[in-house]
Write a protein that binds this ligand. Structure first.
Ligand code: FMN
Length: 169
């Protein structure tokens, strides 16, 4: 395994954070990594918001259905996509994963919280005064892990095939 694989494999969703800040270097690297994502036609149709103020984190948490722990994060990344770009969801998902992995490399825990397809996406967009050309794709609260739960993953063989599905045993 190389260093990238080790970092990727070490990641688990973290929903409990210590009440400590995360470094500005980590935040800057996460943004840089997000903006290094591939995008269809290199349109880079995203906008990355970073929120650290406690009252705003609480409000964002309250908007979500399954993201109440956002309130306790040290910083929350919000990835918005420019709707006119045909592949904005895919592009923004690539940004999201890059941000998550970059933070993991600093030992910072995250949890992808749904944005796209959720009714609250529009509430959060308005709350952060983001222009209507953009829509919320994902939310990534981040913090020093206080608790990490490891979920069972499917057997890799059941999720892959080589050359043709017909040859799958
Ligand atoms: C598109 C997407 C939306 C998700 N939404 C939520 C969410 O709203 N709340 C939450 O606690 N976890 C959410 N998750 C995290 C998943 O529950 C988690 O990735 C999954 O259980 C696997 O666990 P792991 O991340 O530790 O591997 C989401 C993940 C993805 C990719």
């Amino acid at each position: 395994m190389n260093v990238a694989t080790i970092v990727i494999k070490s990641r688990h969703s973290v929903r409990k954070y210590k009440p400590e800040p995360i470094s500005e270097d980590a935040i800057k690297d996460a943004i840089l990594s997000g903006c290094s994502a591939p995008s269809s036609m290199n349109l880079q149709p995203w906008l990355i918001g970073v929120v650290k103020q406690k009252d705003k984190l609480k409000k964002i948490a309250d908007y979500t259905e399954h993201g109440k722990f956002i309130a306790d994060s040290a910083a929350c990344f919000l990835i918005f996509g420019e709707k006119k770009a045909i592949f904005y969801i895919e592009d923004c998902c690539a940004v999201t994963e890059n941000i998550i992995i970059a933070l993991q490399a600093y030992g910072i825990g995250t949890c992808w919280v749904a944005g796209d397809k959720k009714a609250y996406a529009e509430d959060i967009r308005k709350f952060l005064s983001v222009p209507p050309e953009y829509t919320l794709v994902s939310i990534v609260p981040a913090g020093i892990p206080a608790e990490i739960s490891i979920v069972k993953k499917k057997d890799i063989e059941s999720l892959t095939f080589f050359e043709s599905y017909r040859d799958k045993s």
